[in-house]
Design a protein around this ligand. Sequence first.
Ligand code: ATP
Ligand code: MG
Length: 314
Amino acid sequence: MELAIETNRLKKKFGNLVAVDEIDLEIPQGKLFGFLGPNGAGKTTTISMLSTILPPTSGNAFILGYDLEKEAKEIKKHIGVCPQEIVLYERLTARENIHLIAQMHGMNKKDYKERTEELLEKMNLLERADDLVKKYSGGMKRRVNVLMAVIHEPDVIFFDEPSAGLDPQSRRVVWDFIKDFQKKNCTILLTTHNMEEADDLCDELVIIDYGKIIAHGRPNELKQRLGEGDVIEFKVEEKNRPKRDEIISRLKQLDFIKWAKKVGKGRIILNGLDCLRRISEIMDAVQVKMLDISIRKNTLEDVFLDLTGRRLRD
Ligand SMILES: Nc1ncnc2c1ncn2[C@@H]1O[C@H](COP(=O)(O)OP(=O)(O)OP(=O)(O)O)[C@@H](O)[C@H]1O
Ligand SMILES: [Mg+2]
C-alpha cells in the first residue's frame, strides 16, 4: 500500500532541547493515525515539520511521496492543517472565514460555496454562520478552525488537538466529523492527550514522550500488551503515604498482579487478572485502609503509565 506519510529519523532541536528525537513513521493512505502524548512531548513540532512550517534539524520525510525538503510547494497543495492555536479572522463571519481560505486555495466559487454550507451544517454551525467570529464561544471557534483545514478537500489532514476545550457534545460532533473523512480515504494525523479520543478514533497510534516514540500499535494491541485484566486504583490515608513502597512490594508478591505503582499524591494503581474476585487477597496485602477504590478495564492511559511511570496529564 502506498504511504501517505513517511519519516526517517526525523528530528528537531531547539537549541539544546531535542523536541522530536529521530522518529520513524510509516502511515499508509486512508489511515486515521494518532499521536498520543503529554504536554511538551513533541506532537505539535512534528506536525509543524510535516506540514512544511518548520524545517527539521535532521532526518527527512515524505508526504504522498513528495520530499519534504525539496517539494514543499507540492505538499502544501495536498494537505490541510488545523493548528492547536485557533487562527481566525475575528472580524469576519464563520462563512466568510471559510470562503477566504477556499479562495486562497484557488477553489472555484460554486464549489466552495456549496461545500462551505455542507461543512457548516455537519459541524452544527449553520444557524450562527453569519455572526462575526469574535462573538463565538471558544468551542465554536475551534469547530470553525477544523472546517478551515478541510475546505479544499486535502488528501492528508493534520489535526492538532482538534477537540481541545470542547464540551462532550461538541467533541462527539468533531469526532464524527473526523471519522467521516476517513471514509473518503483521506489520511489523518491527529494529536491528542485524551486517551479516550485516541482509543475511539484512531486505527493506529504512537505514544510519544520526550520526542520519542515509546509505543506503536492499534489501540487494542497496546492495551493487550498490558495483559488482560483489570486496573484497580485506590488512595491511602495521609499517614500511610510513606508505606506505599512496602504495600507495593507486598502486592507484587501476589501471583495474579502484573504490576503496581505509586501515582499522584498518595495513590496506588495496580493491574492484574480477575482483581474483583480476588479483592480480599489484595486488601490483605495492602494491610492499610483503601480509600476511593475504582476498578476498570485497561485504558491507553494505563499503557502510558506502565511505560513511563507517569500519567498523561501529570
Ligand atoms: N519555537 C520553539 N522554541 C523553543 N522550544 C520549543 C519551540 N516549540 C516547541 N518547543 C519545545 O519543544 C518541546 C515540544 O513542544 P511541542 O509543542 O511539540 O509539544 P506538544 O506535544 O505539542 O505539547 P502540547 O500537548 O502541550 O501541545 C517542548 O519542550 C517545547 O517547549
Ligand atoms: Mg501541541
